[in-house]
Structure formats: structure tokens, C-alpha cells
Design a protein around this ligand. Structure first.
Ligand SMILES: C[S@@+](CC[C@H](N)C(=O)[O-])C[C@H]1O[C@@H](n2cnc3c(N)ncnc32)[C@H](O)[C@@H]1O
Length: 273
């Protein structure tokens, strides 16, 4: 759950700064501090499709620090194009590791739950890879549920597992979630613009960040079949912090997922047989 490479506070473009060609727009964004200036310029130009006034408004929005995906309305996740509505958490490429593990654990005609689905990116990725599987998702935020539904996801609004069909109890092969896991005291350390645009609801994991993670550990066995997989994104030392709960609740084969830089990014566990 990293930040989006947004840079804090840029100068507004003067009229003569704003040109329709890639080179000029790249230079403008670069001088304003955007690291991936050319890629962003490309996407903004594609979204404006030659409409100068539209391009001006898109660029001005971006210069306030608004997430690029809210402006373009799209992001690519595991090679799948995902619609992103303003106000809904933008899926991060760092979460693709967990999504790919979820695909690996989901049989062709199995069942999966994506809790805290946001845009529905993980659920949509799962149905794309396993079209014969039943994949359902939940989120507490109505904007997220509308966005997930627009992405073709069977999405239910409510708290974690509460709104999900009870017919799935004991039958699910995979529970996967990018739930809020930032410790409340660390929220002010997120990039300066984060809560100008996004909601703490997407990030706040309680005093040590594990409040919702622990709830998912506790509630998953109601839906998971024996041998089913639990996959959760987390950060820092949280995998260690969850060790006792995982053992007590009957999870086995606990694996910590580590990214290319050696950072702990998730935990994978199997509900005991
Ligand atoms: C970090 S975002 C992840 C979204 C999505 N999984 C992704 O990776 O793009 C966390 C999501 O959890 C949702 N959320 C927070 N608390 C929740 C709860 N108690 N039950 C269901 N969803 C919740 C938020 O609305 C937000 O969409």
C-alpha cells in the first residue's frame, strides 16, 4: 500500500506552458516534479484525445496532486485494464504479487473471496484468469462497490464477510485481501497529499495496523474449505505479529511473501486439514 509517486504541490501551468505535444507536456510535468513525467503525459494526452480545453483541465487536476488514475479513469493491474472511479483506492502494482499467488491457489471451477476489494482489481484479475470460478467481493464503501460492479465483479457492500452469500460458507478455495494495515500513528507519515484526496478508511489498520488483518484471520475459516488459502497483504513486522493468531486458528504452511527488494509484502497460509 505505497503511495503513488505523487509530488507535493506544483506550480500551475501558464497558458503558454500547455502544449498538446508529448515533449512539451513531459517537460512541464517533469519541471513540476513528476518522476514518470513522460508516461503521465502520454496517458493525459490519450485521455484528452486532442481536446485542448479538456487537456488543460486534466493537467491542472494532476498538478494539484490528484491521483493520475482518477483523472484517466483507468489503471493496468496484472495486465488487466481496471476502471478507477474518483474516490476509490487506486490498485498498486506492488499488490500484483499477492494477486498472482491467489490465481495460483484458485482451481479452474473453484470459489474465491476478495475482501476490501476497492475497484475490484483482484477479483477481476481472478475472474479473468479463472473464468470458470465464482469470485465474490466486499467493500464497506458504496463508491468502491459501484466501481467494482462496473469492472464486472460480483460485489457486495458491507463489513468484511457480513454481506457475502452464506451459500459459500465452507466452500471457498481462496480468501484474498488488501485490507487497511497502516498503524494509526503512522498515518501522518503517508505522503502529504494522501488524505487531500483519499480516505483514511483505505489505510487505517488500528493502533498497530493489524486490527482488520486479525479480523480477517478470525472470520475466514467460516468460508474457507479445509486446505483453502488465505492471502493477505501486510507490511513491516506484521507477519510476525500475526503468527500466534494464525497457529491458534488452525492455519498451516504459513509463508511470508517477500518482494524483489526483500520487503515483507504479504502472508500466505492454508487452513488446516
Ligand atoms: C487499501 S484499499 C484496497 C482496495 C483493493 N483491494 C486494492 O488493492 O486495490 C482498502 C479497502 O478496504 C475498504 N474497507 C475498509 N474497511 C472495511 C471493512 N471493515 N469492510 C470492508 N471493506 C473495508 C476500503 O473502503 C478500501 O476500499
Amino acid at each position: 500500500m505505497l503511495d503513488l509517486g505523487r509530488q507535493p504541490r506544483f506550480h500551475r501551468p501558464r497558458d503558454r506552458d500547455l502544449a498538446l505535444d508529448l515533449e512539451a507536456l513531459t517537460a512541464l510535468l517533469s519541471s513540476a516534479g513528476f518522476i514518470a513525467a513522460q508516461e503521465e503525459a502520454d496517458q493525459l494526452l490519450a485521455r484528452a484525445a486532442g481536446d485542448v480545453e479538456l487537456l488543460r483541465s486534466l493537467v491542472e487536476r494532476r498538478l494539484t496532486g490528484e491521483p493520475l488514475a482518477w483523472i484517466t479513469g483507468r489503471v493496468s493491474f496484472c495486465g488487466v485494464e481496471i476502471r478507477v472511479d474518483p474516490g476509490v483506492y487506486v490498485p498498486r502494482w506492488q499488490s500484483e504479487l499477492l494477486a498472482r499467488r491467489a490465481i495460483d491457489r484458485l482451481p479452474a471451477t473453484g470459489a474465491a473471496i476478495d475482501v476490501c476489494t476497492g475497484t475490484g482489481a483482484i477479483a477481476r484479475t481472478l475472474t479473468t484468469a479463472r473464468p470458470g470460478a465464482r469470485v465474490v467481493a466486499s467493500d464497506i464503501d458504496e463508491r468502491a462497490i459501484a466501481c467494482a460492479a462496473a469492472n464486472g465483479v460480483e460485489a457486495y457492500q458491507g463489513d468484511l464477510f457480513a454481506p457475502l452469500p452464506r451459500t459459500l460458507e465452507g466452500r471457498v478455495d481462496v480468501v484474498v485481501g488488501i485490507v487497511p494495515y497502516v498503524p494509526t500513528p503512522a498515518l501522518p507519515l503517508l505522503q502529504r497529499d494522501t488524505f487531500t484526496f483519499e480516505s483514511p478508511l483505505s489505510y487505517d489498520g488500528g493502533p498497530d495496523g493489524t486490527e482488520i488483518l486479525r479480523r480477517v484471520l478470525t472470520e475466514s475459516p467460516r468460508f474457507l474449505r479445509r486446505g483453502g488459502a488465505l492471502l493477505l497483504e501486510l507490511g513491516g513486522e506484521q507477519a510476525d505479529m500475526l503468527g500466534d493468531d494464525l497457529a491458534r486458528l488452525g492455519y498451516r504452511d504459513v509463508t511470508v511473501l517477500v518482494d524483489e527488494d526483500g520487503h515483507e509484502r504479504g502472508v500466505e497460509a492454508t487452513l488446516g486439514r
